[in-house]
Write a protein that binds this ligand. Structure first.
Ligand SMILES: [Zn+2]
Ligand SMILES: [Zn+2]
Length: 317
């Protein structure tokens, strides 16, 4: 009886310590996470049929054999909005599907995870980075919404000269990524690699497959860096996903194009590895791009009140 009373007291005490705040419906009850940094690697435009939809994993040996066992793989992840580059990336960063012009002349309406994060945590812009092979993706740093336009913007280096113009070789983008990780040590970062998509648009099947293999190497290099870097190891979550897929074979131009609602364009993958996530788990339940930023907000303890997404529950221990 005495033991039971003591046990009850311990429960009472511990529950008062972790009392979650609930002053807004979007505020998430947060336990403490080990994650202090989140890196999102967006591999632009591979089809599932050449990535995790191929059970041999022949074009993604590192992702399928070295990395998936260390994290949670979502095989029914979706772009349920416009399946183009800028709209797909903006869905990931803002948690809202917005039909955005694909030429870099239109900003997302809603603020991104970068802006919410920097504002709430009062961090300098060097702590959040966007590094993209496609110059037009510098739109991800800003938003049209009143109070957010030109405010709380992350650092960005998009395109070959970092100025938002033209497209860069992934090799050059990667040099910038590694430099920023070593110097600024961002705690929130998004990377875009373009080669899979551009080889697809060139109707170059051999190099499209080659590019999938090269981005597999980059993903593994990043994972190894995280594991071996004193600053990032054991406290960094890595998310690897796509902005869109490509048409299924026999539909329109097949792998050469994308942009509609066919299953090839909508079905992408999402692989998440981190100290707070389960390991060696494949989830077939549907989740989608707009769920990512809210999940990241939960991990890094900030709010995303304009997100339409949900927290991706099956990730967590
Ligand atoms: Zn794209
Ligand atoms: Zn399609």
């Amino acid at each position: 009886m005495k033991l039971l009373t003591l046990f009850g007291l311990v429960i009472l005490l511990s529950s008062s310590v972790v009392n979650p705040s609930c002053d807004s419906p979007k505020k998430i009850a947060n336990p403490t996470y080990l994650t202090k940094n989140v890196i999102v690697l967006v591999i632009d435009g591979p089809r599932m049929s050449e990535t995790f939809g191929d059970s041999t994993g022949q074009y993604i040996p590192h992702l399928s054999k070295d990395m998936a066992p260390e994290g949670v793989l979502f095989t029914n992840f979706r772009n349920n909005g416009k399946t183009n580059t800028n709209s797909g990336h903006a869905a990931i960063t803002t948690g809202v599907y917005q039909n955005i012009k694909n030429d870099g002349t239109e900003l997302p309406k809603y603020p991104s995870m970068f802006q919410y994060y920097l504002k709430e945590k009062q961090l300098p812009k060097e702590k959040a980075w966007i590094v993209a092979s496609k110059g037009k993706l510098n739109i991800l740093a800003n938003a049209r919404k009143k109070g957010w336009n030109n405010s709380f913007m992350p650092s960005d280096y998009c395109g070959p000269n970092g100025n938002g113009n033209e497209y860069s070789a992934d090799e050059r983008t990667w040099d910038v990524v590694m430099t920023k990780l070593e110097t600024d040590r961002p705690s929130l970062m998004l990377i875009n690699l373009l080669e899979v998509d551009t080889r697809g648009h060139s109707n170059d099947w051999t190099n499209y497959l080659g590019a999938i293999q090269r981005t597999d190497e980059y993903a593994f290099q990043l994972w190894e860096f995280i594991q071996n870097n004193d600053y990032y190891k054991d406290n960094t979550t890595l998310i690897i996903t796509n902005d869109h897929g490509r048409h299924i074979d026999g539909h329109k131009d097949g792998f050469k194009e994308h942009g509609d609602g066919c299953d090839g364009c909508r079905n992408i993958y999402m692989l998440a590895l981190g100290p707070d996530f389960k390991k060696d788990l494949v989830v077939t339940e549907e989740f989608e791009q707009i769920d990512l930023s809210l999940t990241i907000a939960k991990l890094l303890h900030f709010d995303m009140p304009t997100s339409n997404g949900r927290v991706i529950g099956p990730l967590f221990e």
